[in-house]
Unconditional design. Structure first.
Length: 537
């Protein structure tokens, strides 16, 4: 197969034109293009007067009449002949499933977020009939509980934006961007598409599924695990470990019917970054953990039209472009960095609490990304030195303190503190909204968000906003909104594991909650990696 990079497609041009461009690049007749597939498509907005798409395409060609050579040899000769650095031979990706021997007891996976789902899927494909435990509810029931919280402020502690089938990523747009170059990425993407995700996630530079579609995708993944011989048990909360000679022997779980003991010789721990009760249980059980850097801040919300105009200029309303996004960063003289994270074009700010008496914000978009506002997390890095202690749970204590303070500041009814950027920069409480209307539900309380954030976070955000405004015009618009707090962008600790992915013998901490991933794709890849490590023993 031949790959051609850096093909330029104008906004008004059909993707079908790529076939002609491919033939021209290879110097062959169009009729010899047997098949072509877009492998990457990204907006190039570096020059606002000439915005276009940059594409990569994989191509198969037909052999010339009466040819006595192989297709691979023909393609190799053709690539050598054209002498173009943007044209090369590639091998189609294929995930090779490691071989595994059945054990007396099936492996247990704890947590049905991306890491847990893909760990269980790999184990099921290998014929090991895993047991997947999830403290929350199936996706369809979970969706009802989440909507009840957003509409009425009634929080279900086990079924919410953080807990339940699909994990926290289910209610965070289903963004699939990642910095990891691991080839297992392709396995994850292919499984998502097979489960019903839009096919374009295979090639878009910034792919996303959308919360509305992702719910159905995770259900399909669960059904595949069951069809392959796995068992999925919902409303099963891990409460204890049975450890003997530094090796896992079993689990204690809490169910609606009471406590339950599960014999287990191999356990993948994919509990997610909000399982604070589980973290505390692990520390008490002697599992080695350490504090790690994470981030704190707020959600910043703008008019989507403003973001489109800033990014695309005269092409802002072009239908081929859709809602614009952004990614901003700056390093400050005070030693902290401020950056945007989990940007949601045409999205909403969501209530993401999982503990009573706490406010947590997050962001999400639906697949069409057609909302009136854009939002992202505006975050400040937090290092363990900022905790003032080496306690691995110190970051959690800081998160909880901020969330509880925000709850009281908002009125003690799950309304989130909210402030106009103009007022935040001036250090005064907001008293009226501007043109940007808040999307957070149940509701917001106009306030001074600095009252619920650490001083160094507030100081850093105030220093950064004017700097970031120079990078994206309108970012510090007076009526842009800051809704606080954003505390759960990543886990504040790491569960220590060795090169075989074990913390103790046959216990595999995994994914975001263990401190080894940062997003849906990287978490899923780490789940696959831990499943492979388990099978290789």
């Amino acid at each position: 197969m031949i790959r051609i990079n850096q093909l330029t497609l104008q906004l008004d041009e059909s993707e079908a034109k790529l076939k002609i461009m491919v033939a021209k690049a290879l110097k062959v007749e169009v009729s010899r293009i047997e098949r072509y597939q877009i492998t990457k498509k990204a907006v190039d907005a570096r020059k606002k007067e000439r915005i276009c798409f940059i594409c990569s395409v994989d191509v198969e060609i037909t052999l010339p009449p009466n040819s006595k050579t192989t297709k691979h040899a023909c393609e190799e000769r053709l690539v050598t002949k054209v002498k173009n650095p943007q044209i090369s031979l590639v091998k189609p990706y294929e995930y090779i499933l490691p071989q595994a021997k059945p054990h007396t007891l099936p492996p247990v996976v704890v947590g049905a977020g991306p890491a847990g789902l893909f760990a269980a899927l790999i184990l099921a494909e290998a014929g090991l009939k895993p047991i997947l435990l999830e403290r929350g509810k199936p996706a369809a029931e979970r969706l009802k509980d989440v909507n009840q919280f957003w509409q009425k402020g009634i929080l279900n502690l086990s079924s919410n934006v953080q807990f339940g089938e699909g994990g926290a990523g289910t209610f965070s747009d289903g963004k699939l961007t990642t910095n990891t170059k691991d080839m297992r990425n392709r396995k994850v993407i292919n499984e998502f598409i097979e489960a019903g995700a839009p096919p374009e996630i295979a090639y878009l530079a910034k792919p996303h599924i959308g919360t509305d579609k992702l719910v159905h995708v995770v259900i399909a993944l669960r059904q595949k695990i069951i069809a392959l011989g796995g068992t999925v048990l919902f409303e099963h909360t891990l409460t204890g470990l049975a450890i003997h000679n530094n090796s896992i022997e079993g689990l204690t779980v809490q169910t609606a019917q009471g406590k339950k003991e599960i014999a287990a010789k191999q356990v993948i721990l994919a509990v997610g970054h909000s399982a604070r009760d589980t973290y505390r249980m692990l520390v008490a059980a002697g599992i080695n953990m350490q504090a790690k850097p994470f981030s704190l801040g707020a959600r910043i919300e703008h008019s989507q039209k403003l973001i489109n105009l800033s990014q695309y200029g005269a092409f802002a309303e072009h239908p081929a472009l859709g809602a614009a996004d952004y990614k901003l960063f700056c390093h400050l003289p005070n030693g902290h960095s401020v950056y945007t994270f989990c940007m949601c074009p045409g999205g909403v700010v969501v209530a993401a609490a999982s503990q009573e008496g706490g406010i947590v914000t997050n962001g999400m978009s639906y697949h069409r990304r057609n909302g009136a506002t854009a939002n992202s997390a505006l975050l400040v890095n937090v290092d363990p030195e900022d905790f003032g202690t080496q306690d691995p749970l110190a970051g959690i204590a800081l998160q909880e303190q901020i969330e509880h303070t925000a709850y009281k500041l908002g009125g003690s009814d799950y309304k989130a503190p909210c402030q106009l950027v103009e007022d935040f920069l001036a250090g005064r409480q907001s008293t009226a909204l501007g043109n940007v209307q808040p999307t957070y539900k149940p509701s917001i309380t106009l306030s001074d968000i600095s009252l619920c954030l650490p001083d160094f976070v507030t100081e850093s955000m105030r220093l950064a906003l004017p700097i970031l405004n120079k990078k994206l015009k309108g970012f510090a618009a007076p009526d842009a909104l800051l809704t606080a707090p954003e505390t759960r962008s990543s886990a504040p600790l790491r569960i220590i594991r060795n090169e075989k992915c074990e913390s103790i013998t046959n216990l595999y901490p995994c994914g975001e909650g263990a401190g080894y991933a940062g997003g849906i794709i990287s978490a899923a890849v780490d789940g696959i990696r831990c499943a492979e490590a388990l099978m290789q023993k």
